[in-house]
Design a protein around this ligand. Structure first.
Ligand SMILES: NC(=O)c1ccc[n+]([C@@H]2O[C@H](COP(=O)([O-])OP(=O)(O)OC[C@H]3O[C@@H](n4cnc5c(N)ncnc54)[C@H](OP(=O)(O)O)[C@@H]3O)[C@@H](O)[C@H]2O)c1
Length: 301
């Protein structure tokens, strides 16, 4: 089976390629069908997903020679994105190209070679003003440019490739790349006290747990939208406190409000999601956020 991973230098891309090499994630083995997969992992230096022709040619070269006689369809997993939420507010055109046109290009190319397509999306497609976790059939209503581009990408992907999966996640942290966990660990070394917002809640998600489920979902033909987040809801303040506790830092974490930390892109107050489609398809093995965080620290020792 051929697998193409785009945006592979990022947090999720690294988790996916590492799990494919090992044949297992921290929560268990991935399906047998991946064991001898022929993996091509690329990032913008090799394949800029915004270039329609380049995507078309690359996908043709990667998949076509092997299509005849292959019993497993190939899989394209798109991890490439413009993930800087604030930068998206002032760089609308780039955000559109990377977050919308790129996934559309990949979805069209996947469809033309008969490959399945996995696209990763976000809690930011929702307004973030709910009072219970969003499920897969809640209507997107994004409040930011990032959220708008990701919501549009979901639509284009679903329209351009019938054999596609849209997997929404949130508050992602992996071993490679920048994320909240690493930022807190560094601040905990430098400062005696930090303020962290306590009025925004969501689901921290370990990149390896997400990657594990992406492999399980992509092995099926149950196309559509999935939520895939760590179990349990917390605030950024709760999350920061647990990170600093596990890192052994003496730095004090003080709760504050969103108003005290105005950002270019408004942050969702309530962006928790429920993994309902996982439960009714491949099963929901996502770990509780505290358990996954403990595992993260154990693996970075
Ligand atoms: N991070 C989160 O908290 C979070 C939360 C919810 C959903 N998600 C979604 O999860 C997915 C993976 O996120 P992540 O945190 O792993 O992202 P990431 O670490 O920011 O990685 C994204 C990768 O895509 C690359 N890229 C950017 N523009 C590209 C282009 N035109 N062509 C090819 N590659 C390009 C980036 O390169 P450069 O670094 O050089 O730009 C980077 O290596 C994304 O779809 C994101 O929207 C993330």
């Amino acid at each position: 089976m051929k697998i193409l991973i785009t945006g592979s230098y990022g947090q999720l891309g690294n988790a996916l390629t590492d799990i494919l090499e090992k044949g297992a994630s921290e929560i268990g083995s991935i399906p047998e069908s991946y064991k001898h997969a022929d993996v091509t992992a690329v990032d913008v230096d090799t394949l800029d997903i915004t270039n329609f022709q380049a995507v078309h040619d690359f996908v043709m070269e990667t998949f076509l020679p092997d299509i005849q006689g292959e019993d497993e369809p190939g899989i394209i997993i798109n991890c490439a994105a413009m993930t800087n939420v604030d930068a998206c507010e002032t760089n609308f055109e780039t955000a559109m190209k990377v977050n919308v046109i790129g996934p559309r290009n990949l979805a069209i190319a996947a469809s033309s070679v008969g490959a399945k397509f996995v696209h990763v999306s976000t809690d930011y497609v929702f307004a973030g003003d709910a009072d219970k976790p969003y499920c897969e059939w809640d209507t997107p209503n994004p409040a930011t440019i990032y959220g708008k581009t990701k919501a549009l990408s979901e639509k284009y992907v679903r329209e351009s490739c019938a054999e596609s999966f849209v997997v929404r996640t949130s508050w992602l942290y992996g071993y490679e790349g920048n994320n909240f966990v690493k930022t807190m660990i560094e601040l905990g070394k430098e400062k005696d006290q930090i303020k962290v917002v306590s009025d925004q809640v969501g689901n921290p998600t370990h990149a390896y747990d997400l990657a594990h489920h992406i492999f399980k979902i992509a092995a099926t033909e149950e196309y559509g939208i999935y939520h895939c987040t760590g179990e349990g809801i917390c605030s950024w303040y709760d999350f920061a406190k647990e990170i600093l506790r596990l890192s052994g830092s003496k730095c004090e974490v003080v709760p504050c409000t969103t108003e005290e930390f105005p950002r270019p892109a408004p942050r969702p107050a309530y962006s928790a999601m429920e993994n309902l489609m996982l439960v009714s398809s491949v099963g929901n093995e996502m770990r509780g956020w505290q358990e996954a965080l403990v595992s993260y620290f154990e693996h970075t020792k």
